[in-house]
Structure formats: C-alpha cells, structure tokens
Design a protein around this ligand. Structure first.
Ligand code: UDP
Ligand code: MG
Length: 164
C-alpha cells in the first residue's frame, strides 16, 4: 500500500493540487483534470470542499505575514465557490505539477501552462500545487484523511511508465 503522502522520487510520488474557487467559478475544473490525466498521472484523491478558515490558514501558514494573507484566506474560504482538492500520483509529479501550473504570477507564466492559458492576476491564479515533497506531505495530510485516498493500479500502467 502506498503511504498517503506517496514516495518521493518514485512513480508513487504524490502531490496536492487544488482548483481554487475562481477556477471552479470559471468552469476550468474539467480542463485541469484532463491535463493531469492526459499526462499519465493517476488521480488518488478528489473532493469538492469549502475549506475552514483554520485549514486555509494552515495551508498558507508560510505566507501569514504577507499583506495579502487575509484576502487570500477569505477568497479561499468565503464559500462563493468551493475548492476542488486533489491528490495526483506519478513520476516527478510534484515538480511537473508546478511546471504545468506555471509561475505564481500568471503574467510571468510560460505560454501553454495552466495559469498562462487561463488567467492574468496573481490574486486569482485559479490553481494550487505543492512546491516540494515536504509541502506535499503537509498539504495531503491537511486536506485528506487516509481513507479518502484510493490505492489502485491503472490498467495502462505499463504503457505510461518504463525505463526500458
Ligand atoms: N498571492 C497573492 N498575491 C501575491 C502573491 C501570492 O494573492 O502577491 C496568492 C496567490 O493565490 C498564490 C498564493 O498566494 O497562488 C500562494 O503564494 P505562493 O507564493 O505560495 O505561490 P504558489 O505556490 O501558489 O505559486
Ligand atoms: Mg506556494
């Protein structure tokens, strides 16, 4: 059984990806899931949730001294739209997830990345992705219970991963 937080550096590495409320409002959930699925990553956790203030504050704990912190927490938790919280598994998924998202400021994000393709504002950049194994571990544990994560083997696994 794969540990809830995955195994760093293997094809069982896991990352926490969340479509933020603006991404949900803008009906981008399907496209975002499609990109991770199409790349060959495996979905092991998925839920629609309005996070509590305490959860959002923990999730963004490293930013608590920033001037935008209160606005950020309100945007994530005010319930005008839920968050789609996900755990994705696969080779190098933490780093690749960040590359697929693009830079935090969508105006600096490379064309073809999610943020460059769908947004222009740093305060409404539609998606979150863990930035390291340590953050992935913390975030997966914060957002999901162990029994909410599915251990399963896609039937195409051998067509997605091999070093030959
Ligand atoms: N953020 C913001 N204003 C800023 C910087 C960040 O509203 O000037 C928000 C934005 O939603 C960003 C989140 O805070 O995605 C977390 O910031 P971080 O630097 O961790 O960026 P990320 O890891 O999301 O790329
Ligand atoms: Mg971050």
């Amino acid at each position: 059984r794969t540990p809830a937080a995955g195994i760093k550096g293997t094809s069982q590495e896991r990352t926490f990806i969340a479509v933020k409320p603006d991404g949900v409002q803008r009906a981008l959930v399907g496209d975002i899931i499609k990109r991770f699925e199409a790349r060959g990553y495996k979905l092991v956790g998925l839920k629609l949730t309005v996070p509590s203030k305490s959860l959002a504050e923990k999730h963004y704990a490293d930013l608590r001294t920033k001037p935008f912190f209160n606005g950020l927490v309100d945007y994530m938790t005010n319930g005008k739209a839920p968050v789609v919280a996900m755990v994705w598994e696969g080779k190098d998924v933490i780093r690749q997830g960040r590359r697929m998202l693009g830079a935090t400021n969508p105006l600096e994000a490379a064309p073809g990345t999610i943020r460059a393709d769908y947004c222009t504002s740093i305060g409404r950049n539609i998606i979150h992705g863990s930035d390291s194994f340590e953050s992935a571990l913390t975030e997966i544990t914060l957002w999901f219970n162990e029994n909410e994560l599915a251990d399963w083997t896609p039937s195409n696994a051998e067509w997605v991963t091999a070093d030959n």
